[in-house]
Design a protein around this ligand. Structure first.
Ligand SMILES: [Zn+2]
Length: 431
């Protein structure tokens, strides 16, 4: 089972100065920076997924969060996606480079933003190894399997558009001499309708299917979908799970004949999750999570800046507490301070992130106690000291500090590598 990471232009400055929080002098975005697969050996994933909507903005479609500039798009098409992503050479020769349309970008529109012709041309020019036909997301998944007549016209239309596109797309790919492996996207409003879509795609000639619409579904619902699909298709037909948000539960999915899936969650959780920011493989083979220690930059944090502007706290005072928290955490890492003193310094600064949020003192105290307990656990276990990934070896305790993109993204890369290893073990364990 291959784990693909969706490219969201995540790179870090390898020469970042953590003590002064500065990029290396003369650093040029992208050119001086490195991707996770350049920074880490082995690479923390088996392939990359690139969404067309992130690279090429379609007319009338909201700008995707990940956005290539026009020059970047041109370079990607001219040099190929592999060279653009610096994912070439013998080290990565067997890796997957999967293209999709990024259907979330045009989900509000009546039809997909790109026609099959444009998509085939894009995948071919960019040199993808695999590419998914333009689909149209159906969000609701009704496990009671309502009939086609019982669902609304818009849903029926999305189902029909996705299949009609797939037929045209496959014809074009064949005509071009199959420059990449085409994947047929499965969309439906229920397990049964998705199984029907999968069956029709297989009859068209697809050997590899991409199951969409799984993002909001719980583990049991995804299993119901996969069971229904597997019952209708050949055992040798391959399956990719699109945007698989339940990556942590992958051990429950090893029996469905899944060839590949993509997820961004290990990286994203490093800086979006409330508390599960740092991954570790537990002794029982399951993943464990730690909260990162939040020491934001006082003069760059929106909430702290508001408080300073409103006169609630002084910038000078905040800077002192911020500095003290950093000094204590680093001293603790060297064995030159205690966990208690470090926790005190961290929470003394952290409280300002909450004070002034308008929830009242009782509520704030409760939130602070919760955070203190989580930070205490992180400090006590010192998980960054046990990890031998390139990030933790390189920057040590900085990886656990929640502060600036260069730390947060590196922590995300560490998570990817822990996750990737966890996945290989899970697969080996069930083989
Ligand atoms: Zn690590």
């Amino acid at each position: 089972m291959k784990f693909l990471y969706s490219d969201t232009q995540d790179y870090v400055d390898p020469g970042y100065d953590f003590l002064n929080d500065r990029c290396r002098p003369g650093r040029e975005r992208y050119w001086s920076d490195v991707y996770a697969h350049e920074f880490m050996d082995p690479a923390p994933y088996d392939g990359l997924l690139v969404s067309m909507s992130a690279v090429r903005q379609a007319a009338g479609v909201a700008t995707s969060k990940v956005r290539y500039s026009t020059r970047e798009e041109q370079r990607l098409l001219r040099d190929g996606a592999r060279q653009f992503l610096r994912y070439g050479g013998p080290r990565f020769k067997d890796t997957m480079l999967l293209g999709d349309c990024g259907a979330f970008a045009y989900v509000e529109h009546p039809v997909p933003a790109y026609a099959p012709e444009e998509v085939v041309e894009f995948y071919t020019e960019a040199g993808f190894t695999h590419g998914i036909s333009p689909d149209h997301i159906i969000f609701a998944c009704d496990l009671t399997n309502p009939s086609e007549q019982a669902v609304d016209a818009a849903t029926r239309q999305r189902f029909a558009i996705t299949l009609a596109n797939a037929e045209v797309f496959l014809g074009l790919v064949k005509r071009e001499g199959m420059p990449f492996e085409p994947l047929g996207p499965v969309q439906g409003w229920s397990p049964k309708s998705m199984a029907e879509a999968a069956h029709r795609l297989e009859r068209m000639g697809y050997r590899y299917l991409a199951i969409g619409g799984l993002v909001p579904l719980k583990v049991d619902a995804i299993k119901a979908v996969l069971t229904a699909i597997r019952e209708r298709i050949r055992p040798e037909t391959e399956i990719h799970l699109l945007g698989f948000a339940k990556a942590d539960s992958i051990h429950e999915f090893t029996g469905f004949g899944i060839t590949s899936f993509d997820s961004t969650s290990p990286l994203i959780r490093a800086f979006k999750d409330e508390k599960a920011n740092y991954y570790r493989e537990g002794s029982d083979g399951r993943l464990e999570y730690y909260t990162a220690i939040r020491i934001p930059q006082a003069t760059e944090n929106a909430r702290l800046m508001q408080g300073i502007k409103r006169g609630q706290f002084s910038a000078e005072d905040l800077l002192l507490r911020e500095r003290r928290a950093l000094i204590e955490v680093r001293a603790y890492d060297r064995g030159a301070s205690s966990a208690e003193a470090t926790l005190d310094a961290v929470m003394d600064y952290h409280q300002f992130l909450l004070r002034g949020d308008g929830t009242g003192a009782a509520q704030q105290d409760k939130a602070l106690r919760k955070t203190a307990a989580l930070v205490q656990r992180t400090l006590k276990h010192q998980p960054w000291k046990e990890c031998d990934c390139a990030v933790c070896r390189d920057i040590g305790v900085e990886v656990i500090i929640f502060r600036s993109s260069n730390r947060n993204k590196r922590r995300g890369m560490h998570n990817l590598s822990v996750y990737h290893r966890h996945l290989s073990k899970t697969i080996q364990g069930t083989a």
